[in-house]
Design a protein around this ligand. Structure first.
Ligand code: A3P
Length: 361
């Protein structure tokens, strides 16, 4: 079994946290950042700093495990953004799409935006999805771009549809008091990791090996990871009326069923004709050729900020299948993922199928 270098790192952090939380040490900060070892940053081809973010006090949402050991890996460019996100004004009628990366976020956003906007396909095709449904912490991913997504979200009329990849405890604190509806999409981490690998090559310019990237993923070093606690926090909230937990796999298996459930969750009507129109609109082939859903605006920002081409990753909608890891991941790495999954789920007596088969209604 792969020994995650994170185990060691977390133990180390525990000691550091208790030292740092001595009264008067960091009294006002909501989070603190601990630098990620340089060799990990170098391995991921990140040019700036990179940190594990920890909470300095108990989060207002219940999280799995000991909150003091919970961290989220984020490039240091997120640090000026995190407090703004945490203090963001949430509205009760917001709808949030929260996912770990590459789990079908864009797909779920397009589906939900259309449900929330009376199936206005014309507007959906003519206005970029990133404007209709802002990625709240995007300026942490790509800093120094003129488009401020937090400001854009502030200025959107209700009902807003907001995307975030942050774990529950790093979301705006008002999320847990105003209780907007949250749609959480799970995906088998082996497929999500393969998808992230392609993303990282195209977006970040990663030139390392697939195996190294997969190890960084398992060890929780890529942006927004570790994966399993991110999922488990929302899994344990799944029965709350304002939480809708579903999976990429279920969307592939029964898109019409998921659409009907989301309509029920959001209290929206869907006619048979609208349902079949939406299923067709959300098909992989249609989405692949829909420029409004291909993150064109984000690519432009990225190109401008990086000063380099990101052509290799011209298609955000890439393969769109369940099981892409089977022909893209070496068998030894599949085994490492399986061991890591078992290790993370055994205390909860859960398997991947529990998440992929789950249906709220
Ligand atoms: P692959 O890279 O495996 O193809 P996110 O939006 O969270 O970044 O997720 C991206 C993944 O969702 C990509 O996976 C992408 O192809 C897939 N995806 C996007 N639209 C899809 C659709 N209409 N049907 C199936 N998969 C889709």
């Amino acid at each position: 079994m792969r020994q995650s270098s994170r185990t060691v790192h977390s133990e180390y952090s525990k000691v550091r946290i208790s030292e740092r939380l001595e009264p008067g040490n960091m009294p006002n900060a909501t989070f603190y950042a601990e630098s990620v070892p340089f060799e990990q940053i170098e391995k991921l081809a990140i040019s700036g700093g990179y940190s594990s973010i920890y909470a300095t006090s108990k989060p207002s949402v219940d999280v799995v495990g000991n909150w003091q050991n919970r961290y989220c890996s984020l490039a240091d460019t997120f640090q000026p953004v995190l407090d703004r996100v945490y203090n963001f004004d949430v509205r009760e009628d917001d709808v949030w799409i929260v996912t770990s990366t590459k789990c079908g976020t864009t797909w779920a956003q397009e589906m939900t935006w259309l449900i929330l906007n009376d199936f206005d396909f014309e507007k959906a095709k003519s206005e970029d999805l990133t404007l209709r449904s802002p990625f709240l912490e995007f300026n942490g991913v790509v800093p120094n771009v003129p488009h401020d997504t937090i400001e854009a979200a502030n200025n959107l009329p209700s009902p807003r549809l907001i995307k975030s990849h942050l774990p529950a405890w790093l979301l705006p604190k008002q999320v847990w008091t105003k209780k907007p509806k949250i749609i959480y999409i799970f995906r088998n981490p082996k497929d999500a990791a393969i998808s992230y690998f392609h993303h990282w090559r195209g977006m970040v310019g990663y030139k390392g090996t697939k195996q190294d990237f997969m190890h960084s993923y398992i060890d929780g070093y890529v942006n927004f990871n570790p994966f399993w606690p991110h999922v488990l926090d929302f899994w344990q909230l799944r029965n709350q009326p304002e939480i809708f937990f579903t999976s990429y796999e279920r969307m592939k298996r029964d898109l019409a069923g998921v659409i009907k459930d989301v309509c029920k969750f959001l209290g929206r009507e869907v006619k048979d004709e609208q349902l079949s129109q939406l299923v067709a609109h959300l098909s992989f082939d249609k989405m692949k050729d829909n420029p409004a859903c291909n993150h064109v605006k984000e690519f432009e920002s990225m190109k401008a900020a990086a000063g380099r081409e990101v052509d290799e990753f011209s298609r955000f909608v890439r393969r769109g299948i369940v099981g892409s890891h089977k022909d893209e991941m070496p068998q030894s790495v599949i085994q490492e993922f399986d061991d890591w999954t078992e290790d993370n789920l055994k205390d909860y007596q859960l398997t991947i199928e529990d998440f992929t088969n789950y249906s709220k209604y």
